[in-house]
Design a binder for this molecule. Structure first.
Ligand SMILES: NC(=O)c1ccc[n+]([C@@H]2O[C@H](COP(=O)([O-])OP(=O)(O)OC[C@H]3O[C@@H](n4cnc5c(N)ncnc54)[C@H](O)[C@@H]3O)[C@@H](O)[C@H]2O)c1
Ligand SMILES: [Fe+2]
Length: 361
């Protein structure tokens, strides 16, 4: 983080809009970043008025703050939520039609044609890897339906990935976000598209997480925090190849029940992997090797995931995170409509989703 003020100066950036969430805005490390920037001569404006699962009006307010302050760049500091909002504000500065006109799922990326301001990302969780991503997930204020804004133009110019910022991340957030990163690496490796480069990155990401997640959760060191931060970026790079059934199980839980994205993935991961073994047996052997399991099989990977969740205090049942029988039909409809599972190695039917939710309940 010590390099940030000099970087801004070198690039002639004098008036950054810092986008974060209301929790991080109160933390000591954040206040220090802001005071260091001010001491370095920056006229900093902070925007932190965002929801836990960000919505469109957050983005509009942020763009208004950028205009009002006469900002000349955007710095996203936070977990996936804050960085996604920062990226969506970045888009909105020179693209003023309705935000959801740019929704990638309806081909809206073709309208992202104008330049965007200079964009810097600074992760404070090790999970989504949104800092190295090109997309932002923003929900509709009323329907809570999630839309994806996507464009290569939305890639950060530079990422300041400093494990010191994640040292005080609470154990439960470390566990949930870390399991999101593990899910990215596993689903990307298994995704059916041909992409050996992503496969290699994903396997190394899995190895790093297996060696560091418990330490990062239970007794954090800079080494374990660094490995988790790197592995979360590797997961986000790898999942440019595709995701799968677990993310499709997780997305509707955030939409319907406001469940944290990483937590939803964490609980569903062992069940989704169990579903995926058939037809991907050889790939599971390679995952088992990356996890350094004594037995190299899909069943051993699933057993490891259940036990890992137990060791880092993630529930092993969906009922423990608020899912009830009455939710399952709606969840299954939404999961089947989700964008992630078409890349799953095995086709997933609506009935498969229902069965998976029931098994995990
Ligand atoms: N763009 C993408 O590719 C992508 C991919 C997956 C998920 N997402 C989005 O990312 C979001 C989830 O991101 P996340 O898992 O990083 O969680 P988050 O951003 O919601 O943060 C989780 C919690 O931890 C707190 N926190 C963050 N850093 C902290 C720190 N250093 N110390 C103490 N507390 C801290 C936050 O205030 C928040 O309360 C969701 O909105 C999801 O839709 C985006
Ligand atoms: Fe994810």
């Amino acid at each position: 983080m010590e390099e940030l003020p000099a970087y801004l100066k070198k690039n002639g950036l004098l008036r950054p809009l810092v986008v974060t969430d209301p929790v991080i805005a109160q933390l000591d490390f954040f206040k220090k970043i802001i005071s260091d920037l001010k001491a370095g001569g920056s006229a900093v404006e902070v925007f932190s008025d965002i929801h836990k699962n960000p919505v469109k009006s957050d983005v509009y307010k942020g763009a208004d703050a950028y205009d009002a302050a006469g900002s000349d760049c955007i710095i996203g500091i936070g977990g996936g939520a804050a960085i996604d909002v920062a990226r969506a504000i970045l888009l909105r500065i020179n693209h003023r039609e309705d935000l959801f006109k740019y929704d990638d799922l309806i081909g809206g990326d073709v309208y992202v044609t104008n330049d965007v301001p200079h964009f810097i990302t600074i992760p404070t969780t090790a999970g989504t890897g949104s800092e190295v991503g090109r997309s932002a997930i923003i929900a509709d204020d009323e329907t809570h339906q999630k839309k994806i804004l996507f464009s290569p133009k939305l890639l950060a110019k530079i990422v300041f990935a400093d494990p010191l910022l994640t040292m005080d991340l609470p154990a439960f957030v470390t566990a949930a976000t870390g399991m999101d990163a593990l899910t990215h690496n596993m689903e990307a490796f298994l995704a059916k598209n041909y992409h050996p480069i992503c496969d290699g990155i994903a396997l190394e990401g899995i190895r790093l997480i297996a060696g560091s997640i418990e330490q990062a959760v239970n007794n954090p060191t800079i080494g374990s925090r660094s490995d988790m931060l790197l592995a979360s970026m590797m997961g986000a790079i790898a999942f440019q190849k595709g995701l799968g059934v677990v993310h499709s199980l997780a997305h509707p839980m955030s939409a319907l029940l406001d469940t944290h994205h990483g937590l939803a993935n964490a609980v569903n991961l062992p069940y989704g992997m169990q579903f995926n073994i058939e037809g991907s047996e050889e790939k599971f052997v390679r995952i088992a090797r990356a996890l350094q399991l004594p037995e190299e099989s899909g069943d051993a990977v699933v057993k490891y995931l259940f036990e890992l969740n137990g060791r880092i205090n993630i529930p092993v049942k969906l009922s423990a995170v608020g899912v009830e029988t009455k939710h399952i039909d709606t969840l299954a409809d939404l999961a089947f409509a989700d964008f992630a599972h078409p890349n799953n190695p095995k086709p997933v039917s609506r009935n498969n989703f229902k069965t998976l939710y029931e098994a995990a309940l």
